[in-house]
Write a protein that binds this ligand. Structure first.
Ligand code: ADP
Length: 376
């Protein structure tokens, strides 16, 4: 566990002073508490942690108990503790909104409840950034529902995958047979079937990955492979699925990469299929890879719709889709880029986008060329 440095224990008289100082913030608190939501505050200088009675109750304590940040950290499940402390420091340093869902345990370490904490950095009356203040609420029911939904998605996708794999094998066999017999009509129909089966397979794989990510079961099978070869195969697959489109890719030298090839392929396919989906039929699409120091960077460029600044920030969120006149008829679930971000994060990499509405977008990811095996 990381040392809970940001939240200091200070002498009681000093603590009472800070608490008094913040009592002026109490009026909105009362209204918020009526909605069964607790309020909390951390002072920037003293790092005193002040909570309303509802927060104490959420953690299973009597409202009169003196409730320190150390107690909060003891209750939080190991998996979320460091993240919570680091998030607070980050908000103090950058002013970014604080947002975390965490699980609290009972004294035996059994999971009790899911809590959502949201907060922001606020100024004191002199205009200096002085404290993080926010709310906490019990989101156990929503979380359990989400877990049930993810389990359902995982099960359904898994069940659909088995017959689809067998269907794919028969279609490929018949396709080869029709070609051999020079039966052009049947071969043409079977080629179309093969494409649709492939598209459906990609979709099901996306849902399976979503269920894995959501249940924290994403697992990387790290091997060493040639990234350029993987890109070449992905481009071929995209061109097979989207005849008439062009994708520019010039293979340079071998780029050897230690990563999970299936997962990296999933990211590349997602970037490319989005570039196709959100561009006009004659729009140029290109993909390139390069080595920068000990990192590899992949870039997919298109001349499509482009993305507005306010959407770019949320693009990698789960289920986020840009909603406007141009995108309303384009189908999708808003999980592709979320999965890409999760995969790249698991590889200790970075993912980002640069874009101009009406001009096109450049999607990037970079990751270490050599995997850190300790995190796999
Ligand atoms: P989906 O495409 O299924 O909606 P994604 O997670 O792949 O889900 O993408 C999220 C959103 O990002 C899309 O709905 C789309 O609005 C936007 N987007 C993704 N790629 C591009 C692109 N190359 N050009 C323009 N918009 C894009």
């Amino acid at each position: 566990m990381q040392d809970p440095k940001p939240v200091r224990v200070i002498p009681d008289h000093q603590r009472q002073e800070v608490i008094k100082q913040y009592q002026i913030l109490d009026t909105p608190r009362l209204a918020i508490e009526a909605a069964n939501v607790g309020t909390w505050l951390i002072d920037k200088t003293t790092r005193v942690f002040i909570t309303s009675p509802r927060v104490k109750e959420l953690f299973g304590y009597e409202s009169e108990v003196d409730f320190s940040f150390d107690v909060v950290l003891t209750c939080i499940s190991d998996k979320y503790r460091d993240k919570m402390v680091a998030g607070i420091e980050d908000t103090f340093n950058t002013g970014k909104t604080y947002h975390i869902d965490f699980l609290i345990n009972d004294l035996q370490g059994r999971p009790l409840r899911w809590i959502k904490a949201v907060g922001g950095l606020y100024k004191d009356p002199e205009g200096k950034m002085s404290h993080i203040s926010g709310v906490m609420m019990d989101v156990t029911e929503q979380k359990l529902q989400e877990l049930r939904k993810n389990k359902f998605i995982g099960m359904v996708s898994h069940e659909l995958k088995t017959p689809l794999t067998s269907l794919k094998a028969y279609v490929q066999m018949l396709h080869a047979w029709a070609r051999k017999r020079k039966d052009q009509f049947t071969a043409g129909a079977l080629a179309k079937m093969e494409k649709q089966v492939k598209k459906m397979g990609n979709m099901i794989n996306g849902f399976l990955s979503l269920a894995q990510v959501e249940s924290g079961k994403i697992h990387l099978n790290i091997t060493e492979f040639d990234l350029n070869e993987l890109i070449k195969e992905s481009v071929e697959e995209m061109l097979m699925l989207n005849p008439g489109r062009t994708i520019t890719f010039s293979v340079n030298d071998v780029i050897s990469l230690q990563a999970d090839p299936d997962k990296i392929e999933q990211v590349i396919i997602n970037f490319l299929s989005n570039a196709i989906k959100y561009s006009p039929g004659n729009g140029q699409i290109s993909i390139s890879a390069q080595v920068l120091d000990d990192m590899v960077e992949v870039r997919v460029q298109d001349e499509g719709l482009g993305i507005a600044q306010e959407d770019m920030e949320k693009l990698f969120d789960r289920y986020y889709r840009v909603e406007n006149k141009q995108t309303e008829k384009i189908p999708g679930f808003g999980i592709g880029l979320y999965l890409c971000a999760q995969i790249i994060q698991h590889h200790n990499g970075k993912i980002w986008v640069e874009s101009k509405p009406g001009k096109g977008s450049d999607f990037f990811f970079c990751l270490p060329q050599k995997a850190d095996r300790s995190v796999v």
